[in-house]
Write a protein that binds this ligand. Structure first.
Ligand SMILES: [Ca+2]
Ligand SMILES: [Ca+2]
Length: 174
């Protein structure tokens, strides 16, 4: 007869303990969720733009980020006039990849142009500076004669990815 109430008390306190633990676990989960679990690389930026905090960006919200001022229709894949976080971050990643590629291409163009110029005996002793920005190659420095100026420009213009050549080469005056 004495055992039953003890058991009940034990069960009751176990239940309280279990409830306490599970609510602590839920709180920990909730904190974890807010801090890191759903965070992508663009989550903070997305939240900053979402001024009414409804989880989507209207065109006017998104356009505060200049990346979307031009490309908003391309970003809005389901064409519902708002960007959800996935649409936002996919487009952002795409644009940033493109930018990274462009920078790589510029340095590849510079390296290839220098290599091609060095293959030519006439340019080996010249100090020709090559710079590339967004596919535009700038040649500068001193060469021996007018023909070399043209030749360097032709060589640079033939490199893959070159949009145009700005030729600032000059003939040595001595
Ligand atoms: Ca919004
Ligand atoms: Ca959309």
């Amino acid at each position: 007869m004495k055992i039953t109430p003890m058991k009940t008390t034990l069960k009751f306190s176990t239940l309280i303990l279990a409830l306490g633990l599970s609510s602590m676990a839920m709180q920990a989960y909730a904190f974890g969720d807010a801090d890191s679990m759903s965070e992508g690389p663009y989550t903070q930026q997305f939240k900053a733009l979402d001024t009414d905090n409804d989880g989507t960006l209207t065109y006017s919200e998104a356009k505060k980020d200049k990346v979307y001022a031009k490309g908003i229709r391309a970003a809005d894949l389901d064409n519902d006039k708002t960007l959800d976080e996935k649409e936002y971050s996919d487009y952002k990643a795409k644009v940033q990849n493109k930018n990274t590629k462009r920078v790589v291409n510029d340095s590849v163009i510079t390296a290839k142009t220098k290599a091609e110029l060095l293959k030519d005996e006439g340019f080996k002793s010249m100090k020709i500076s090559v710079e590339t920005h967004q596919g535009v190659v700038l040649l500068s420095g001193f060469v021996e004669n007018e023909a070399q100026i043209k030749q360097a420009e032709t060589i640079a213009g033939a490199i893959e990815g070159v949009k145009s050549v700005k030729n600032s080469l000059v003939v040595k005056s001595n």
